[in-house]
Design a protein around this ligand. Structure first.
Ligand code: FE
Length: 229
């Protein structure tokens, strides 16, 4: 069985949000689907360990922000590689509220959707929340971020709690011409050929030449969290 076959499946990239009392939380997910049109019904698969899972289970609704291709790695990192148990996911992030009072991102977001949960399917490590659409709007014209674009162009990686995580991600990279370094926290790979243009690091900058205060563009870890690969 060749599990690489799974890598040929296409996905988008979304921020899933929920609230518990006055507390807001959100996380990145690639597993959002419209599953029926009458009534419009969405499904999302989330890891049971995640705080957003708890908020949706308890609060009974979720919102989806559909990210555009312009969404930054640091925004994705804020929602994808940090836990709402440790940080306020919405600190420094522009957001507004859906009709049901759930947050959605107001920058680099093509549309938002809000759904009321009708069914929760136990899928082992994950739950699949199935909900009917209760509010939605198109915010921006543009191209949606896809999972493939995020990996190939934005140089992102997959957190270990994502349904599509595979440990051998580094092996999928082309043979290095200069040493690459991988973040031990989030698995982001620093490729000297690419640099980190979002943070002012030009292409063809070796890892050793990065400033001492450079941090992982996804999770914010320091240089000492990186290992040569
Ligand atoms: Fe990192």
């Amino acid at each position: 069985m060749d599990t690489k076959a799974l890598h040929t499946i296409s996905y988008g990239l979304y921020v899933i949000t929920a609230k518990k009392g006055e507390q807001l939380n959100g996380q990145i997910a690639n597993t959002v689907f419209q599953i029926t049109s009458e009534p419009p019904t969405l499904a999302v698969s989330l890891n049971k360990q995640n705080l957003t899972h708890e908020f949706i289970r308890d609060g009974g609704s979720f919102a989806v922000s559909v990210l555009s291709k312009e969404a930054s790695l640091s925004l994705i990192g804020q929602f994808g590689f940090k836990s709402g148990r440790e940080v306020d996911k919405f600190a420094g992030v522009n957001y507004k509220l859906t009709a049901g009072g759930l947050p959605y991102l107001s920058d680099h977001t093509l549309a938002y959707l809000e759904a009321q949960v009708k069914q929760i399917v136990d899928a082992g490590s994950h739950s699949i929340f199935i909900g009917t659409l209760t509010d939605a709007a198109v915010l921006l014209q543009g191209e949606p971020m896809t999972y493939a674009y995020y990996h190939q162009v934005k140089r992102g990686t997959t957190p270990k709690t994502a349904p599509t995580f595979t440990a051998a991600r580094a092996e999928d990279q082309p043979a290095p011409t200069a040493p690459k370094y991988q973040c031990s926290i989030c698995n982001y790979i620093y490729d000297p050929a690419q640099g980190d243009p979002e943070h002012g690091i030009a292409p063809v900058t070796s890892f050793a030449d990065l400033p001492d205060d450079w941090t992982c563009p996804i999770c914010g870890a320091g240089k000492d969290a990186f290992e040569k690969i």
